[in-house]
Design a protein around this ligand. Structure first.
Ligand SMILES: Cc1cc2nc3c(=O)[nH]c(=O)nc-3n(C[C@H](O)[C@H](O)[C@H](O)COP(=O)(O)OP(=O)(O)OC[C@H]3O[C@@H](n4cnc5c(N)ncnc54)[C@H](O)[C@@H]3O)c2cc1C
Length: 536
């Protein structure tokens, strides 16, 4: 970044969101735009998350951009679920095709952004002290990019090595002959454990919250399927852009009560065999009706008990305290089978909590577990974390950290009152993490691009939402969550419950991507209702 440069737009982050936003603002609107990225290369999530077993849970024919048929024809996914290297290669291909790298500055972490009311632009500063100004500031910082390392006393003095899965060393970690402790059994922990166990001398898995998981059944893609996805690009896009969660499969129209118990069992068996997130699409009321959900929960718990040989371990793994899919639903490759290995032990933290980390390992209430390596699969300060790590200041130098003390307040997850010309791609209050994210990202990027184009066409200098519009939207976000069982899992990261001191507010919009898209389109069609478009 050149000190003192003025740009039309600064985009923060070079993952799926930042790359497409750059393409749209630079090539479609002709703006002078630049991406500032903290990491050393593009990829976002897939640049940082290179832990053993890391893999996308969305299927490869849906986890991609849909804005270009040509791009879809050029790119061949090799597996049902792409891993980090393949996703990075895909994004690199996109960057080359559209010549994006020339406007991306890597190793540039934005630390502050302040709106200058007189000049009507943003003053942006990076960690190394470089500065620039921009009329439009678009954050593409991701929902899951702020690693959450729990504050356990003693970690600083631990003699072994420790790693967070979301900041995994690029050269990899050698577990051979090592005693490894893994804290966390969410989507990431469930992916990592089977792979770590293959080489570690011993793996101790520390579980606070037991979790459901459905087999992913990853496999190389058959050439016929690859051809089918190319030939059916428009149909796949149509499904992904019209479903509740942006995946390329529809949720069945039936309710659990519409079928007999025997039919239900057969449906669950078939979905289990097929594997993947489609399990939750078997019935339309799984996420809204407790009794319906309980049938899926019981099926999955029975699978755990049937797989895990040691009855006490099986019980601890099946002792799940939330409805199926109320927390992010993992999919796995041999997760529960891993507990049958002689070199794997489960520690149930509900019964035997961690007290401290010692020089040699982890001490729970009843014993010390000697370890060489600790792996934190403890997730992220989700949705608000990446935004609040920056010091963002709007009108009158008001601070986003202060304004969001009681929880995030946005209009559509796109803008914040008091912060003109500031857009958040997949911000809190949008469907974001409840979707197959590239689909949500494309919708946001295109909406933001259209909004900026509209402003420029009409001589508008600042765009920001009305406080009332944001307040009302916040109420709709809570209402939408309350209508689902997502609201039952109060300890989920959707509520911010995994980060001590974080306000406990349900953050993503749970009303469905299809509904959200229509709302955004309607608002734009009515002249950007709820937004103030100021000409002076
Ligand atoms: C392990 C894991 C598995 C996932 N699996 C799926 C899945 O199966 N399906 C799915 O849809 N989604 C999945 N996700 C969510 C995933 O984050 C999104 O799919 C997608 O990658 C988001 O793209 P993005 O560009 O919005 O954000 P990111 O990919 O998170 O990129 C944000 C970028 O912003 C940069 N950044 C942040 N703050 C700053 C700053 N202050 N200054 C400069 N740069 C900054 C970061 O370094 C990062 O590179 C997964 C996430 C994780 C962590």
């Amino acid at each position: 970044m050149v000190r003192g440069t003025h740009l039309d737009a600064v985009i923060v982050g070079a993952g799926f969101a930042g790359l497409y936003q750059l393409l749209c603002l630079r090539d479609r609107l002709g703006l002078k735009a630049q991406v500032l990225e903290a990491g050393g290369d593009l990829g976002g999530t897939w640049y940082w998350n290179r832990y053993p077993g890391a893999r996308c849970d969305s299927e490869s024919h849906a986890y991609r951009y849909f804005f270009s048929r040509e791009l879809a024809e050029e790119w061949e996914s090799t597996e049902r679920y792409p891993g980090p290297a393949e996703i990075r290669a895909y994004l690199d291909h996109v960057a080359r095709k559209f010549d994006l790298r020339r406007d991306i500055r890597f190793n540039n972490r934005v630390v502050s952004a302040q709106f200058d009311e007189a000049a009507k632009h943003w003053r942006i500063e990076t960690e190394s002290g470089e500065r620039c100004t921009a009329t439009w500031l678009v954050t593409a910082v991701g929902c899951l990019s702020s690693a959450n390392v729990p504050t356990i006393p003693g970690l600083d003095a631990f003699k072994g090595r420790w790693y967070h899965t979301g900041q995994w060393p690029h050269e990899g970690v050698d577990f051979r002959g090592k005693r490894v402790g893994q804290i966390g059994t969410g989507s990431t922990g469930i992916q990592a454990a089977p792979v770590i166990a293959e080489t570690a001398a011993h793996l101790t898995i520390f579980q606070r919250t037991a979790n459901y998981s459905v087999p992913a059944r990853n496999a190389p893609l058959a050439p016929e399927f690859q051809r089918w996805t190319r030939e059916h690009f428009e149909q796949i896009r149509e499904i992904a852009q019209s479903t509740v969660n942006g995946h390329a499969f529809r949720i069945e129209e039936r309710n659990v009560a519409d079928v007999t118990p025997a039919e239900r069992q057969a449906i669950y068996e078939a979905a289990w065999e097929k594997g993947g997130l489609q399990f939750r699409a078997t019935f339309k009321d799984l996420l809204t009706d407790r009794a319906a959900n309980a049938t899926a929960a019981e099926f999955l718990k029975a699978r755990i008990r049937a797989t895990v040989k040691d009855p006490a371990t099986a019980e601890a793994l099946a002792d799940i305290d939330h409805p199926y899919s109320a927390k992010r639903p993992p999919i796995d490759t041999d997760y529960f089978e891993t507990f049958n290995r002689p070199n794997v032990t489960l520690v149930n933290l509900r019964k035997d909590p961690i007290e401290r980390i010692t020089l040699q390992g982890i001490c729970t209430r009843t014993q010390e577990h000697p370890l060489d390596i600790i792996v934190f699969a403890t997730g992220f300060d989700a949705l608000t974390g990446p935004l609040l790590r920056m010091d963002i200041r709007g009108r009158g130098a008001r601070s986003l950290r202060e304004d969001w003390k009681a929880g995030p307040e946005t209009y559509l997850g796109l803008q914040v009152p008091g912060y003109p010309n500031f857009f958040t791609i997949t911000g809190p209050g949008s469907p974001s993490v409840l979707t197959n994210m590239p689909v949500a990202i494309e919708q946001h990027v295109e909406w933001i691009t259209d909004c900026i184009a509209h402003a420029r066409r009409n001589g508008v200098q600042t765009v920001e939402p009305l406080a009332d519009a944001a307040r009302e939207w916040g109420e709709r976000v809570q209402e939408a969550a309350r209508a689902t069982l997502l609201y039952d899992a109060k300890h989920s990261w959707y509520f911010g419950a995994n980060v001590p001191g974080k306000p406990q507010v349900f953050m993503p919009y749970a009303g469905g991507m299809h509904r959200y898209r229509k709302i955004c389109e309607g608002i734009a069609a009515q002249g950007y209702q709820g937004f103030v478009m100021a000409r002076a």
